[in-house]
Design a protein around this ligand. Structure first.
Ligand code: MF3
Ligand code: CO
Ligand code: CO
Length: 274
């Protein structure tokens, strides 16, 4: 049985396993937080070049977020001490900014979450550093297509499982692996809320999607096999077979007719080819 929680925009909201149904003020607030996430990633586009350290990129994310009246939600989240996650090549997600410099041919995911006026705008996209081999570019493009196919399935009348089923079908048609260990999530006043949005699954299963639900879709797709391994730092997830991995993430809200992408780039820089 699925339970829903209709939340007045002014309510304090709890993580109690229910799926929240938000009203117009919450949509407006998520639009603002989501736009800031997109602008943060847009700001990074000219900075992501061979030679830049991921620490310098993290500093840029922190400064930009603070300058725009928001806080990086990852800073201090469960002990995480950085303003974004930067995941290079075979790193699947939650890569930790460091003195590592980007090099020609790297594919890089940067995942940001500004917390603006109490609302979380969670988004990530891939960046290509210099000249990237065709196979890697193809992985990036197909992963973006997976996100958008998942978003197209997110509408009233559909079920949550339809999203993962659509993503899995597309990724596997290209013989790519869909990561199972991490999923999308409800988002809003809470960073990670119900429901879990899996990226591989069975159509027609799971909760019915209703107007007012907010969640992320954030498929991680591997050039090789799906399984993931954790590094000893407790955060960094890598592909077990060391194959390349890509990810795109948007925060969306279900509307009467489909869904609104809160984290779409106002300049269109959130989609390959770049
Ligand atoms: N932004 C990530 C997500 O998409 C979460 C990062 S949590 C961190 O859900 F602590 F690793 F930063
Ligand atoms: Co997320
Ligand atoms: Co994210």
């Amino acid at each position: 049985m699925n339970r829903y929680q209709i939340v007045a925009d002014s309510d304090t909201v709890l993580r109690d396993g229910t799926i929240k149904l938000h009203g117009p003020e919450a949509f407006a607030a998520m639009r603002r937080a989501g736009r800031l996430a997109a602008e943060t990633l847009d700001m990074l586009v000219p900075l992501v070049r061979p030679g830049v350290t991921t620490r310098a990129l993290d500093d840029a994310v922190r400064d930009f977020t603070l300058d725009h009246g928001a806080l990086p939600a990852t800073l201090g989240y469960r002990g995480y001490a950085h303003s974004c996650c930067i995941s290079i090549n075979h790193v699947v997600c939650h890569g930790i900014p460091s003195e590592r410099a980007l090099k020609d041919g790297d594919i890089v995911n940067i995942d940001v979450t500004p917390l603006l006026d109490g609302w979380h705008g969670d988004s990530s996209r891939m960046f290509c550093v210099g000249e990237v081999p065709l196979k890697a570019r193809r992985l990036v493009e197909v992963t973006y297509e997976c996100l958008m196919i998942g978003i197209a399935a997110a509408k009233p009348g559909a079920r949550l499982g339809d999203i993962g089923a659509a993503i899995q079908r597309h990724a596997e048609a290209h013989r790519f692996g869909v990561v199972r260990e991490f999923c999308g999530h409800g988002v809003g006043r809470l960073f990670h809320d119900a429901p879990e949005v899996v990226h591989a699954g069975v159509a027609g299963t799971g909760p019915a999607l209703k107007p007012g639900m907010f969640f992320t879709i954030e498929p991680m797709i591997n050039l090789g096999k799906a399984p993931v391994k954790m590094l000893d730092d407790g955060w960094t997830a890598v592909t077990r077979d060391r194959s390349l991995s890509a990810q795109f993430e948007h925060s969306v809200g279900i509307t009467e007719t489909g869904c609104e992408i809160f984290t779409a780039s106002p300049t269109g820089r959130d989609k390959p080819p770049y």
